[in-house]
Design a protein around this ligand. Structure first.
Ligand code: UT7
Length: 330
């Protein structure tokens, strides 16, 4: 039994203004609007400019939470940023964000769990709050995958978009309905080569050759990943529901990582959920990796679909390979 309960106190999102449509992509690679729509569900995505690194997008999302007035920067005691497109290899984007926020020394660190990063971040923050070490944590999922995209590879360049989502988790008062009920995370490193950026790390440092061969960009075996994604997202959702004595029927909302509409539909079908209960925005933003769940969550709270007390399941899958789920009452 944990000492304290944890809840989502605030959530917000930010995306760059510039839109890249399927029609724009038709001019860059041999693809079609029809193929992208039917194979992925994507119609357009946002693309960041050179002057806006991930930390800046993250900061824009975070500022929106503080503008609402209930939570102040000085309340934050821990910052976790989930990203595979940090400003630098080091220092962490979380530390850069802390500087932008202008707050006193607190722990701030990045985590690398691909598109499951937000789920991993919430899981870590929950532990710190439950055991009483901190009362309030900021968890951000931010990604600028278009900065590591191979624009000659039609198998990947049509998929990704940029964006950020930020959530403040706090200690819940006794008797409050809002609560992060449970989290589940897992990974399988043997599948790591199916989705990675080959160069730029200690295994293959940057060189003229790695640049020439386009190795500082995303490599993905989409077809193999697709099958593993459908199974592991379905498993992550089923495991967390079953161990809490619940079924898909009990859920008000499912928010999955927005990688492919066919994967989202397959997960919803496994839970026997009607499409009306599934939050989808892949048509607007494409795959924003660690940012996709908090962006979808923030939009649904903002437009009034998700209300306080609703039972929500978050479910993700990504590089690592990693996967996981969060069950919460908003
Ligand atoms: O977010 C992290 C995890 N990532 C994912 O979960 C992604 C999972 N995978 C997917 O979403 C899908 O596998 C993709 C959308 C990436 C690809 O869809 P697919 O149905 O698996 O297509 P495929 O890779 O099997 O390719 C089918 C055909 C191929 O042509 P041939 O060999 O059959 O002639 C590809 O060359 O589609 C072709 N193709 C394209 N055609 C037009 C691949 N990309 C494109 C494209 N436009 N952009």
């Amino acid at each position: 039994m944990s000492d304290y309960k944890v809840k989502f106190a605030g959530i917000s999102m930010a995306v760059p203004e510039k839109v890249l449509t399927n029609a724009d992509l038709e001019k860059i690679v041999d693809t079609s609007d029809e193929w992208i729509r039917t194979r992925t569900g994507m119609v357009e995505r946002r693309i960041s400019d050179k002057e806006t690194p991930s930390s800046e997008l993250a900061f824009r999302a975070v500022e929106k939470i503080f503008k609402k007035g209930k939570i102040k920067p000085k309340d934050i005691e821990l910052i976790i940023v989930a990203t595979v497109t940090p400003d630098y290899v080091f220092p962490s984007t979380a530390c850069i964000l802390q500087k932008k926020m202008g707050i006193h020394p607190i722990p701030a660190f990045d985590i690398s769990a691909g598109c499951s990063g937000f789920i991993y971040g919430v899981t870590i923050a929950k532990q710190f709050i439950e055991n009483g070490i901190y009362k309030t944590a900021l968890v951000v999922g931010v990604e600028e995958l278009t900065k590591i995209t191979n624009w000659t590879d039609r198998g990947t360049c049509v998929l990704f978009g940029d964006g950020a989502g930020a959530a403040v988790l706090t200690r819940a008062n006794k008797g409050e309905i809002s609560e992060v009920i449970d989290t589940y995370i897992s990974s399988e490193g043997k599948y790591g080569d199916l989705l990675n950026m080959p160069a730029g790390g200690s295994k293959m440092p940057a060189s003229q050759e790695t640049v020439k061969k386009n190795l500082h960009t995303v490599f993905m075996n989409g077809n193999k990943i697709f099958k593993i994604a459908v199974k592991s997202m379905g498993d992550a959702a089923t495991i967390i529901l079953e161990r809490n004595g619940l079924s898909g029927n009990d859920l008000n909302w499912l928010i999955t990582h927005q990688a492919n509409l066919r994967i989202i539909d397959a997960t919803a079908r496994r839970l026997k959920l009607s499409p009306q209960k599934v939050i989808v925005n892949i048509e607007k933003y494409g795959n924003t990796s660690a940012a996709s769940i908090p962006i979808a969550f923030a939009e649904a709270v903002e437009d009034g679909r998700i209300r306080r007390g609703d039972l929500v399941l978050l479910d993700a899958f990504g590089a690592g390979l990693t996967w996981g789920s969060v069950l919460l009452r908003y």
